[in-house]
Design a protein around this ligand. Structure first.
Ligand SMILES: Cc1ncc(COP(=O)(O)O)c(C=O)c1O
Length: 447
């Protein structure tokens, strides 16, 4: 490895271990495959990080980017509009409920979540509900890694060393009905219990002090766990009952990943705000978006001296090339009828992985559509490598065999292949995962 390659600080990584383990350094990509600097080929089994849903180097997307770059390369929503940012949203709106008809563009998912939060706080302030400052999120959630997004992300370790930067008293993380938890209760009993606790907490704290609730319909970082329908609808009802805004984070699930355009679309859910990112433009140019209901947008309308405008934005919000790539991604979704394929491909993938449940150390295969997680029971390790969780060991073995996935924690491997994967690629993925786990199983011990 060149000395120069060791200066890039990686996300959520212990860099000493990272370089000790001879990392993969990628050099190019084509279709569903990456190639490293030594030209070794890897199947992109997690669509980069659930963003490159259509794989790499798609000519339709490259052409859209090039055409836009030659026409209007960069501009800023601070001082002018641009036609492509409106054109994109006009098309996106066709997939959204009519109330969700205003958009704020960001550069990432974390920024979308924080923008949503600021919009909620300022909305309540503008309508005279200044006391509504508290924010509720769900255990198991991940909403990003900027300061505020961190606080509403439920993994406790993510905030270590960052205490008191933001007033933690304003953030409440509530229990979800997780039917994979060790419990004898039925899913319905868990739902009733969790909704009851949530409502009691809102009442105890004072309903007039809460701004909003955010949740993911399928929690990617909680082992791709789909929250039960009744729970989702119950949370929505509590939002309506107590005047909280309801935010759905579709950053991981959006754009077909779980089998429908947006995960909330399969339920009777009417969020006030949704956050988007990742696959919005196939991950080609950093981009996120917050889509808000008109009644929220309208609260910010006024005369200049009323000081009602949203004081928020990024230099590259609504970047024309990012929006052109997003528009071309929508075209691609439609031209490939991708939504019709995802469920079938995803359910084949899930069913083919089911034999893994015969291993004592495999807990479940969770998720919907093409967003799955292989979850291992806590407390199991591979002998001689006890420092690492099974998912990390499995991931490194799979890398050796030319497959890239994402070990989200020590007991979870995320599998989220490109939505355009062929049946043959899915068969090869399944064969490789099954045979690698079979070999690994011989060394698995209970700690
Ligand atoms: C559900 C969800 N929300 C927010 C984010 C943060 O997005 P970004 O990494 O683009 O900031 C992620 C990223 O994984 C996510 O999965």
């Amino acid at each position: 490895m060149n000395k120069g390659e060791q200066d890039v600080w990686h996300c959520f990584s212990q860099m000493r271990e990272f370089y000790r383990n001879t990392p993969i350094i990628l050099n190019r990509a084509e279709g569903h495959y990456f190639y490293d600097v030594k030209n070794k080929k890897y199947y992109d089994g997690v669509s980069t990080l659930l963003n490159a849903s259509f794989g790499h180097n798609r000519s339709e997307l490259m052409e859209a980017i090039y055409t836009q770059a030659r026409k209007l390369d960069v501009t800023s929503l601070f001082n002018a509009g641009n036609d492509i940012s409106q054109q994109y949203f006009d098309r996106l709106k066709l997939y959204l409920p009519p109330n969700l008809n205003k958009v704020f563009y960001t550069n990432s998912g974390s920024e979308a979540v924080e923008t949503a939060y600021k919009i909620c706080r300022q909305y309540h302030w503008l309508v005279g509900d200044e006391k509504r400052t508290k924010f509720i999120s769900m255990k198991g959630a991940y909403h990003g890694s900027n300061l505020l997004a961190n606080y509403i992300t439920a993994a406790s370790s993510i905030n270590r060393g960052m205490e008191k930067i933001i007033d933690q008293e304003l953030f409440f993380v509530v229990d979800i009905p997780d039917s994979y938890d060790e419990t004898d209760a039925t899913e319905n009993e868990l739902v009733v219990d969790r909704l009851h606790s949530l409502e009691s907490m809102i009442i105890d704290q004072g309903p007039e002090t809460f701004s909003s609730i955010i949740l993911e319909v399928v929690q990617l970082s909680n082992g791709a766990y789909p929250l039960p329908k009744l729970f989702l609808e119950g949370v929505q009802n509590l939002c309506r009952k107590y005047g909280l805004l309801f935010i759905i984070d579709e950053i991981a699930t959006g754009f077909g990943r779980t089998g429908s355009m947006f995960a909330f679309g399969t339920y009777d859910l009417k969020p006030d705000i949704i956050t988007l990112g990742k696959a919005i433009n196939n991950g080609l140019i950093p981009m996120g978006a917050v889509v808000v209901s008109e009644h929220i947008f309208n609260a910010f309308l006024g005369e200049k001296d009323e000081d009602k405008e949203l004081l928020h934005g990024y230099t590259t919000s609504g970047h024309p090339i990012a929006c052109a790539a997003a528009l071309a991604t929508l075209d691609l979704m439609e031209n490939t009828s991708i939504l019709e394929c995802v469920n079938e491909l995803g359910s084949n993938l899930k069913t083919s992985l089911m034999p893994l449940l015969n291993y004592e150390f495999v807990k479940c295969i969770s998720g919907n559509g093409m967003m799955l997680a292989l979850r291992f029971k806590p407390g199991y390790r591979v002998a001689m490598s006890e420092k690492w969780g099974i998912s990390h060991i499995l991931d490194s073995k799979l890398k050796q065999r030319g497959f890239l996935f994402y070990p989200d924690d020590e007991d979870t491997l995320i599998i989220a292949p490109p939505l355009t994967s062929s049946r043959e690629e899915i068969v090869s993925l399944v064969d490789t995962v099954l045979s690698t786990i079979e070999i690994l199983s011989k060394g698995v011990v209970r700690k």
